[in-house]
Design a binder for this molecule. Structure first.
Ligand SMILES: Cc1cc2nc3c(=O)[nH]c(=O)nc-3n(C[C@H](O)[C@H](O)[C@H](O)COP(=O)(O)O)c2cc1C
Length: 209
């Protein structure tokens, strides 16, 4: 269906969260994030979520399970509000041990699924190996599904990520930009479709009332 996508259907600015997964010193994720940010900024607004900047401890209490709402730390409330304001998310995700970097799951575990539920999301995975974080992409589909997000069909995976882009986030050839463009257009399309309907129709309950 996204093949029918037309450029003139792009009107309307979206707020897109770009979520970084790695806090590693010298992380390759930095340049991948720049690449993704620059691609999105042509059309929409970007809000970056960087676990290094958020400086969260290992999850003590998820906002979802705080028994005393007045004890919620201000930085978690702010984090939650910033996620809530998004129309869609793009995860820039490394592969750690065939899975997700703990900094990413720790960041997300601080907010309740209801904050991001029904929001479309796209994946840009990468690794220094040849599989480009494909195994992390599988895990990410499960993880985001668990939080109620709706992942778009086509992810972008970046093999040999340390060679595929220079430090400024510029890809060595334009194949990668074309792949990212497919993922992003799917994210925009899903976010716009949802936004136009959800504005007048509240989301259904999570459980029987
Ligand atoms: C703890 C750890 C586990 C890793 N596990 C994998 C793996 O399972 N598969 C893979 O292809 N690369 C793996 N790598 C290599 C990463 O893909 C590579 O270091 C990548 O640059 C990590 O992203 P970052 O630089 O943004 O942290 C691992 C790296 C680390 C630090």
């Amino acid at each position: 269906m996204y093949r029918q996508y037309k450029a003139n259907e792009m009107a309307g600015k979206l707020k897109i969260g770009v979520v970084i997964s790695s806090t590693r010193e010298g992380r390759i994720g930095e340049r991948i994030t720049t690449f993704v940010k620059n691609a999105i900024l042509k059309d929409h607004e970007v809000v970056v979520f960087d676990p290094l900047e958020e400086d969260l401890p290992l999850t003590q209490q998820s906002l979802n399970f705080m028994y005393n709402p007045s004890s919620v730390p201000q930085n978690i409330k702010d984090l939650n509000d910033r996620f809530k304001a998004l129309d869609a998310l793009v995860f820039v995700c490394a592969e750690y041990n065939w899975s997700l970097p703990p900094a990413l799951t720790n960041l997300m575990d601080n907010i309740p699924p209801t904050t991001v539920a029904w929001k479309p999301c796209g994946f840009v995975t990468y690794s220094m190996g040849r599989l480009g974080g494909s195994r992390a992409a599988v895990q990410l589909r499960v993880f985001t599904g668990g939080m109620g997000m709706m992942a778009v069909p086509t992810g972008t995976s970046i093999p040999l990520a340390h060679q595929a882009l220079d430090e400024s986030g510029k890809p060595k050839d334009d194949t990668l930009s074309k792949e990212l463009d497919v993922t992003l257009k799917q994210v925009y399309w899903a976010a716009k479709a949802l936004k136009s309907y959800a504005g007048n129709n509240p989301a259904p309950n999570w459980a029987p009332s």
